[in-house]
Design a protein around this ligand. Structure first.
Ligand code: KIV
Length: 284
């Protein structure tokens, strides 16, 4: 079992951390058995599972449902669950209650929360409640209405200073790692060098301590994912389309199922059937 200490140690030992999202049992199982360090049940499920345009609609109940089924397949990786929009924009007491629900009901190892310096007090309280917290700064998708679009962050002197300050505050608050999303590589390099905790990049260049991608995007399962930072390691949507079209063809021309893909009554019952029903029992 990968622990929070293993993750922190990897940064010290200069070992890259690899993270990937998962939203169901079999994906959790596959990702875990391939040796991924951190499995994230991300609120990106709002887009890739629910088909919404953003993550804002995802509820705490949905996060708990998906995290529970992912947990069944994840035996070794460190399992982190996103706090969805609205689940921490409330009192600290209610936020902690939500975090405790996630940990107790899903068996996850930690939570991820979007936002920088302004979450300092809240994160301290979550960490004080014995819950490991992964921070998330840069392009935080839950702030899409404030940002006005999915844009690279850190494109002005002010924003660069803000991002560096956010990262420092998150480390001070007790985060065990921080996701940097859509941050220019120069800025994520500075942040990574300044911090003792690992940075996990997505669209933030090669100098982060680790990388995270959305499962459906990196395997080409999501045909709509087309980002500059995304490397596709398979083309599942094409493979799936090919498979389904072949299945339709085979069923329509009677090629599927074949005799070897069917069950038989066996020799003894066959003669009984032939006597009673004649030719109807012949495989033609
Ligand atoms: O929701 C998510 O999947 C995420 C990762 C992309 C970091 O936040």
């Amino acid at each position: 079992m990968i622990t929070i200490n293993d993750i922190k140690k990897k940064k010290k030992n200069n070992e890259r951390i690899v993270a990937l999202t998962a939203y169901d049992y079999l994906t959790g199982y596959l990702v875990d058995s391939c040796g991924i360090d951190i499995v994230l049940v991300g609120d990106s499920l709002g887009m890739v599972i629910k088909g919404e345009n953003d993550t804002l609609n995802v509820t705490l109940e949905e996060m708990i449902y998906h995290a529970k089924i992912v947990r069944k397949g994840v035996k070794n990786s460190f399992l982190v669950v996103d706090l969805p929009f609205g689940s921490f924009h409330i009192t600290a007491e209610d936020t902690i209650r939500n975090c405790i629900r996630i940990i107790k009901e899903t068996g996850a190892n930690g939570v991820k929360i979007e936002g920088g310096k302004k979450r300092y007090e809240l994160i301290k309280k979550i960490v004080d409640s014995e819950i490991p917290v992964m921070g998330h700064i840069g392009l935080t998708p839950q702030s899409i209405n404030v940002f006005g679009g999915y844009r690279v962050q850190g494109k002005s002197e002010k924003r660069i200073e803000e991002l560096i300050e956010d990262a420092i505050f998150l480390e001070r608050a007790g985060c065990f790692s921080i996701v940097l999303e859509l941050v220019p590589w120069e800025v994520s390099k500075i942040i990574t060098e300044k911090l003792n905790i690992p940075t996990i990049g997505i669209g933030s260049g090669p100098f982060c301590d680790g990388q995270v991608l959305v499962f459906h995007d990196m395997l080409g399962f999501n045909p709509f994912a087309d980002f500059k930072f995304l490397r596709k390691y398979a083309n599942l949507s094409q493979e799936i389309e090919k498979g389904i079209k072949n299945y339709i063809k085979d069923v329509k021309n009677g090629d599927y199922p074949s005799e070897s893909e069917s069950f038989t009554v066996g020799k003894k019952l066959k003669s009984f059937l032939e006597e009673k029903y004649g030719d109807n029992t012949k495989n033609k």
